[in-house]
Write a protein that binds this ligand. Sequence first.
Ligand SMILES: [Zn+2]
Length: 406
Amino acid sequence: MVSVIHCDSLWYGADIVTMCGGEYHLIPQGAIAVTGGKIVWIGPHKELPAFHASREVVFQGGLITPGLIDCHTHLVFGGDRSAEFEQRLNGVSYAEIAANGGGIISTVRATRNASEEQLLAQALFRLKPLLAEGVTCIEIKSGYGLSLESEIKMLRVARRLGELLPITVKTTCLAAHALPPEFAGRADDYIDFVCNTIIPRVAEEGLADAVDAFCEHLAFSPAQVERVFLAAQKVGLPIKLHAEQLSALGGSTLAAKFKALSADHLEYATKSDVQAMRQAGTVAVLLPGAYYLLRETQCPPIDLFRQYGVPMALASDANPGTSPALSLRLMLNMACTLFRMTPEEALAGVTCHAAQALGLQETQGTLEIGKQANWVHWPLSRPAELAYWLGGQLPATVVFQGEVRS
Ligand SMILES: [Zn+2]
């Protein structure tokens, strides 16, 4: 006699792309059994054991992929910079814009002046398009407050988004993003403040899951970033880094030394940076939206990442200055077109490798037994279509922890 296994729900009628090991691993006509929001069985429908499901969902064809993960965003901020975008295209220089209080400092001002409710409403406006296209997990950084109160305010808003909506939110403290005006000419004093006050406080309040910094000539030096990393280590938070975006400072090697979850941007990363990342298991998070908007010409060293087996993730970098991106799927196309990544690498970049960049590889990012039941059903026949179509909204059905998200 065949014993019947009970499960909460059973899903079949579509092909399944599991993304195990960073590859499609297509299961034609697959089935997934879910209990307690987790996958308890997955495989070809014809091999399905005798399950009794409280609920069955049958798709009429199409494709199931893991839920998309946007592992690098600055989604919470006050105002926007569309006026600057327009000014620049009307011939106003960066210097003039900055002299008139524009640039990142204008976002800092708007963020400081906004209430928590206002920031939440603005962030919801930006998050909803990402949700609609199948994002089930998102990382959100602080870094436009640059004071204790306003960094805390940003992180609280990020946490609330995760409570209000059916999505996993991971928060990152990026207090070392830029120098606030009140610390002008005193970058080391500001780093002291970040290390001694902001990081311990956000850690104590449980508001940050990681610590990030911006290592660049126009932001902070490797020596300053190292102090931020030591402060993060002291409170037990993993680190990430904006590194090698505009120049090669060795930030990604430094990040690897601290076993960073990820180093992000990386247009100027060198072979030795890539080797250090490989050794440390640090993920390369590539951000084609910023590359595109800044009209950069130096591509990240994709071939070196391939050669050394460094996992490549992709993210929207949603931010008001350099990547006002409201679509992660568009980033897949950009990564293929601009960086010459393959559609399979691009999809791995927003699923399994993005999960790893957030330290979530045990629970998210692929479709396999034991993982969270987060996936997207697409009206598509081939996974490459996700990177192929330019924009538009595909009528996707999104499942989060075993429930259809409306
Ligand atoms: Zn960023």
